[in-house]
Design a protein around this ligand. Sequence first.
Ligand SMILES: *Cc1c(COP(=O)(O)O)cnc(C)c1O
Length: 224
Amino acid sequence: MSNQTGQSLERVKQAINAASLESGRAPGSTNLIAVSKTFDANAIRPALDAGHRIFGENRVQEAVGKWQELRREYLGIELHLIGPLQSNKAKEAVQTFDVIHTIDREKIAKALKSEMEKQGRNLPCFVQINTGEEPQKAGVSPREADTFISYCTRETGLSVAGLMCIPPVEDAPGPHFALLQKIAERNNLDQLSMGMSADYETAIRFGATYVRVGSGVFGARNYT
Ligand SMILES: *Cc1c(COP(=O)(O)O)cnc(C)c1O
């Protein structure tokens, strides 16, 4: 079991390096977020023991307990929130996470900024873009992206590092990654959080600086 996670992690890292080289990008220019949602501390430890430190979770409540425990055992953990955030969870989110990928409305931007000020933390943030304009999906529509990004940086003073997207499952991801890259470029943002287990190599070709890989590292998730 534990060996399995270490080996998968190594395989994904090699694939990331290969895709970086192929697309003429410097090795190390794409960071791997190992997405550990639904996996408990015991399942995550092998990745930490292998030296990995960047992890992602999609639920605040789920992350609090297990990462408090793991942070006592390992130094240098960087935890990314990659799932939707309710403003009543802003306090716990700012206490628990180091980077927030899912800013998509004014209310949440304001709530996070105010919590960061209270806690004396300034977390890098990503604005989530709903590149496929799917009604059920979180994120700002591409048409509203420039206005919202400027609201976040100018009005609330959040540190917007970049953009994040989750392409529609039924689409080829390339055009969505290209759109995210274009919106980031015209807003002078360097960081792109895009690509999951199925498409992270494609995302790297389109300039991903963070890929979010879950099942490719930890195996299939069991939601029951
Ligand atoms: C679960 C999740 C991932 C990882 O998905 P895999 O297909 O398991 O790699 C990436 N990004 C987000 C936002 C997720 O919720």
